[in-house]
Design a protein around this ligand. Structure first.
Ligand SMILES: *Cc1c(COP(=O)(O)O)cnc(C)c1O
Length: 243
């Protein structure tokens, strides 16, 4: 309980306020309206009490990577905080599409036709439409999720014209250890070229820069919640949710 107990809660509120201040400052420097930038608090693998501390501090937009983890805790949290907006920011398998559509308000990680089709089918079944982002593999890294920039126009056409998904914008995870600036600028340019308003890029280490280069959604985890604790042996990790 060294860092996970009640004692950590004031720390979450303070870190959150610091992150918000950095967002305002980056917007001021870039001549942008802070209302244009949405802070997505990434709560994957964080203890529940830190999430509750962020909720008490007024944070309402959260990002989760794993459908199963979100399913365990967000339905109860939503009862206490009905105005929460939950974003899926992790890779999605088609067999999780139904749960994803039920649990998440925004799905940021559409990166191939099969997942777009599965989500559209589940949305049809539930009689609703969730806003989505398409994830772009800007670095064209072979192991990484995301549609290549070349394949983006076809995927976007499928989503918009055939599946009638409300595509809000583009999302990217730049290659590890590289400067975010050129990737944020490229993602913003691609979004503009395709008539999309929203640009999801920037994490704890680089969100102010991402904002200067056009991010509208920054996904910030450890800068708000502190380091993620080690996962327990029974917790699902990346790639362990099955496909
Ligand atoms: C974990 C994660 C984040 C947040 O990372 P931090 O470094 O903790 O801010 C943002 N985006 C995605 C897709 C992630 O998986």
């Amino acid at each position: 309980m060294r860092d996970g107990g009640q004692a950590a809660n004031p720390a979450v509120a303070e870190r959150l306020e610091r992150v918000r201040a950095e967002i305002r400052e980056a917007c001021r420097e870039a001549g942008r309206d802070p209302a244009e930038v949405c802070l997505v608090a990434v709560s994957k693998a964080q203890p529940l009490e830190r999430i509750e501390a962020a909720l008490r501090a007024g944070q309402r937009v959260f990002g989760e990577n794993y459908v199963q983890e979100a399913k365990r805790r967000w339905p109860a949290l939503r009862e206490a905080y009905p105005d929460v907006e939950l974003h899926l920011i992790g890779a999605l398998q088609t067999n999780k599409a139904r749960d994803a559509v039920r649990l998440f308000d925004v799905i940021q990680t559409i990166d191939r036709p099969r997942i777009a089709e599965a989500l559209a089918r589940e949305m049809d079944r539930l009689g609703l439409r969730r806003p989505v982002f398409l994830e772009v593999n800007l670095g064209e890294e072979p192991q990484k999720a995301g549609v290549t920039p070349e394949a983006l126009p076809a995927l976007l056409r499928l989503c918009r014209e055939q599946l009638e998904l409300p595509v809000l914008g583009l999302m990217a995870i730049p290659p590890l250890g590289e400067e975010v600036a050129p990737y944020a600028a490229l993602l913003a340019k691609l979004a503009r070229e395709h008539g999309l308003e929203k640009v999801s890029v920037g994490m704890s280490g680089d969100f102010p820069t991402a904002i200067r280069f056009g991010a509208t959604h920054v996904r910030v985890g450890t800068a708000i919640f502190g380091p993620r604790p080690e996962r327990g042996p029974r917790e699902p990790g990346p790639g362990q949710e099955g496909g």
